[in-house]
Design a protein around this ligand. Structure first.
Ligand code: MRU
Length: 371
């Protein structure tokens, strides 16, 4: 059975998502019939991962537009009324989680698309709704195709940067962080997609998943995907990564991203930054793998990225069991920002973006505005 983060029937616009809080123990599908349901599953992190958050938000809206006809019947709704409804729902969906830019890019794209649909000759409420539903539906296949392209570009980058190791050993070991696989996307994955692509080409010796405290996306989800796909995977704690590198166990590090800004600074799951530092110390290539929908050229540098803060209980408890003293203060940012100078390449679905050196000899990226 192919692991899938969601089930979506394009004809009926019926959506259900795999409850990732129940993995790896049970596979429970949660129905999403409207924007409120989509907001809930994103906020509770039943679905998570930058691309999937955007897809579920837009499909939840599409389900609502399909299943909840206008009050006075489909024929009576004006194009302007449908637009008002869509914009109100998009504003609401934007409040679900703050850091992954894919959601905001999707909302902006949908806003522009609706404006265009309203301006079209003979526009009606039904035609505006259809435009939104079609665009949301297309996101599923588009995301999988984008991930496959990132996989191919990632393999090319690793072939180039790890040429000596590949010549000597025929295969490489890649370490990844958090979950960036089928469960973070519509399918295949970004950084884990590159690992899958390496495996498909017989170039993968080993892959390592960090457990990714405090939310354990690595232990709960990436390890699960590695086992499901028969990848040569090993689980480590976050604190073991540097020692593994020192022992020669890692040839490259690949992680996903929640937001890549104009100079290449990248927000991703907390712990990514320390992996990039460790990779630099051990002279290992460090890749960010993300579709262009994760790029945010509107922000100049990483200091402008809003970082989600999460509940103290994620640190003070493990699987519902308290492990820390009552009264201890907790700092729990869900993401950190890896400075661009630590990044070897940003693997997107349109190619690998490499840094150039600025006047001071510092690595900088010039992230274009794709969207
Ligand atoms: O808090 P999460 O689980 O949504 O964080 C996910 C990550 O940080 C991923 O690495 C990122 O979204 C890329 S997913 C392809």
């Amino acid at each position: 059975m192919v692991l899938s983060s969601l089930e979506f029937d394009a004809d009926s616009c019926k959506l259900s998502v795999l409850d990732q809080l129940e993995l790896p123990h049970s596979r429970i599908m949660v129905p999403v019939v409207n924007s409120q349901d989509a907001w809930n599953v994103i906020r509770k992190m039943q679905v998570r991962g930058a691309p999937l958050i955007a897809i579920v938000a837009m499909l939840g809206l599409a389900a609502e537009l399909t299943n909840c006809p206008p009050d006075n019947g489909a024929d009576s709704e004006s194009a302007a009324a449908a637009q008002e409804l869509v914009l109100q729902r998009l504003d609401f969906l934007r409040t679900s989680r703050p850091t992954a830019v894919n959601l905001f890019n999707a909302c902006d794209a949908m806003t522009a698309l609706v404006a265009e649909a309203v301006g079209a000759e003979g526009a009606t409420g039904a035609s505006v709704r259809s435009a939104v539903i079609n665009a949301a539906t297309a996101m599923v296949a588009d995301d999988i195709a984008a991930n496959k392209r990132q996989g191919r570009f990632g393999v090319q980058a690793i072939r180039q940067d790890c040429a000596e190791k590949l010549a000597a050993a025929g295969a490489v070991s890649v370490l990844t962080h958090c979950n960036t696989g089928s469960l973070a996307c519509a399918g295949f994955g970004t950084a884990l997609g590159v690992i899958r692509a390496l495996h498909e080409e017989g170039l993968l010796k080993a892959c390592y998943a960090t457990e990714t405290r405090p939310y354990n996306q690595g232990a709960r989800l990436t390890a699960f995907e590695m086992v499901e796909d028969n990848l040569p995977g090993t689980l480590i704690t976050d604190s073991m990564a540097s020692f593994l590198m020192a022992q020669g166990g890692v040839d490259a590090v690949a992680t996903g991203a929640d937001r890549v800004v104009a100079n290449g600074d990248t927000a991703n799951k907390i712990g990514t930054y320390q992996l990039a530092i460790a990779a630099k110390h051990h002279r290992l290539p460090f890749y960010i793998v993300a579709p262009v929908t994760t790029l945010d050229a509107a922000l100049a540098d990483g200091s402008q990225i809003k970082i989600e803060q999460r509940a103290a209980e994620e640190l003070t408890s493990v699987a519902g069991i308290k492990i820390a003293a009552d009264g201890i203060r907790v700092w729990n940012p869900a993401f950190d920002v890896t400075p661009a100078e630590l990044i070897t390449g940003i693997v997107t679905d349109v190619g690998v973006i490499r840094p150039t050196l600025d006047a001071q000899g510092k690595k900088v990226f010039d992230i274009p505005a794709f969207l």
